[in-house]
Design a protein around this ligand. Sequence first.
Ligand SMILES: C[S@@+](CC[C@H](N)C(=O)[O-])C[C@H]1O[C@@H](n2cnc3c(N)ncnc32)[C@H](O)[C@@H]1O
Length: 224
Amino acid sequence: MPTPLRFKEGAAPKTGATSLPDGLREGETRESFEQTVWPAYLGRFSSRLAGLFSTWELDISDHLPTLAMLTVEHRLTRVVELGVRRGASTLVLLESVARLGGHVTSVDVDPCEDARSHVESAGLGRFWTFLQGEDTSPEVLGQTPQAIDHLLIDTCHLYEQTRREFEAYLPKVRPNGFITLHDTEMAGVVRAISELLEANPSYRYYNYFNSHGFGIIRKVLPGS
Ligand SMILES: C[S@@+](CC[C@H](N)C(=O)[O-])C[C@H]1O[C@@H](n2cnc3c(N)ncnc32)[C@H](O)[C@@H]1O
């Protein structure tokens, strides 16, 4: 198992403490990290979301600042998200595109009523389209944008499904656009990514090994 990464020395929020090699500070537990340090990180970006998320049990929390950074720094305005659940990634993507005048289209088989109500109460509804349905169904595919800057895949993490999602959505991702995936430690996801990269050697791939894995693929075309 790789050592979980938290943050590098010197990059910690200004709480006065020095980070230990694993990123946790003296006397800090995973729980206290989730309650204090991580919200402080995101709090610089959005104190509203940090307050909300500090009360949730989240497996994707460590990767949310990366989602925000990618969106804002690369100005990824046309976002499609597969897998919403309670809406943690959704809210971060929405907060990010709201700064750019962009739009997020999210898909989930479930109605995701919690997420919908959080998006509404955060006043982010005008930046969002929610589609309920199986993400590779023709009905859903027909309603998702033709050009995507950033595709986030976080659904069931099975090989066949991930492969189908790649087949259905990757043609819509623009050249140099991003595909991100949570749970890249899952065997099915690893296999689907490996096959994709083998078939497309010009694509670039970066993977965070912590918190179940978070992969970033850049759709770089040959010769560019
Ligand atoms: C891991 S959760 C998503 C977590 C979310 N990204 C977050 O930040 O908390 C996976 C979600 O994918 C949905 N899902 C699973 N298979 C799906 C499919 N084939 N099409 C659409 N949604 C799917 C599930 O209903 C579930 O809500």
